[in-house]
Write a protein of this length. Structure first.
Length: 261
């Protein structure tokens, strides 16, 4: 079995198919990334920020709302890609039989799954662009460095999209997706440096948090949003790239086992 099965340019057809479907319901998909940052910034920026005030992050004092704003983008990247390649991909595979129809064409299984993951990453970029427009209105993103959030969203989308596709490959029914969400997504959401610095955690928990991809995505988002590029950037990008390099071929191989019987 090859680690990296051959993938041709036909993968774009899978991506294009999902884009066509998305364009028919984009007005509904447009709402969550537009309103979510407004709700969070209102709740945390106006409500909780009044209690927290300023926090120490990487040797400087910043407002709490400025601390969480980039984390909201990172969370959106994670959720957009992961849920697209779990629930949505599972529906296309199991209920709509879309994968079966595509397998009747010259497309290979690897091209179908790769196209799904690329689409999940694309949805992460779309959601990030919408959120950036909203958050920028509050002056919480510095440009031009903030534009780096868009390629970061694609890289993070590949990582979480591939991880989501692995879950799709091994989850027997759609109801059981609650398990990877509870064991994988929720801990990162709470302890990935999103709502408080991981330095506030015990030593063992800090080391565990550094193993989570969202922790690195959040750190990179804060770095790009603040415009202070430092030596941690190559390490964070390297981690996400390595995570993607492992999860992506694993997703292809596991999905081939599920689809080819």
């Amino acid at each position: 079995m090859k680690l990296y099965p051959p993938i041709s340019r036909r993968v774009i057809r899978v991506w294009q198919r999902n884009l066509t479907v998305y364009r028919q319901s984009w007005k509904i998909s447009f709402i969550p990334p537009l309103l979510e940052p407004l709700f969070y910034l209102l709740a945390f920026g106006v409500g909780l920020s009044a209690l927290v005030g300023y926090i120490s992050y990487r040797g400087e004092e910043i407002s709490y709302v400025r601390f969480i704003a980039p984390a909201l983008i990172a969370i959106t990247v994670m959720n957009s890609a992961f849920f697209e390649n779990t629930y949505a991909s599972f529906v296309r595979m199991y209920y709509q039989k879309t994968f079966d129809a595509m397998m009747a064409t010259p497309l290979t299984v690897e091209e179908i799954i790769a196209g799904e993951i690329f689409w999940g990453a694309t949805k992460a970029v779309i959601a990030t662009a919408i959120m950036m427009a909203v958050i920028s209105g509050f002056g919480l993103i510095r440009y031009p460095e903030g534009l780096l959030l868009l390629p970061l969203a694609f890289l993070g989308g590949l990582a979480f999209g591939a991880a989501g596709m692995v879950c799709t490959a091994i989850t027997p029914s759609i109801d059981l997706f609650n398990l990877p969400v509870f064991l994988f997504i929720t801990p990162m959401f709470l302890f990935g440096g999103t709502f408080f610095p991981i330095e506030n955690l015990p030593g063992w928990a800090q080391k565990t948090a550094l193993l989570l991809p969202l922790t690195h995505l959040v750190n990179l988002a804060r770095t790009f949003a603040s415009g202070r590029i430092d030596a941690s950037v190559p390490l964070g990008i390297g981690y996400l790239a390595a995570f993607s390099a492992v999860a992506f071929p694993l997703a292809l191989c596991r999905m081939r086992r599920r689809l080819i019987k």
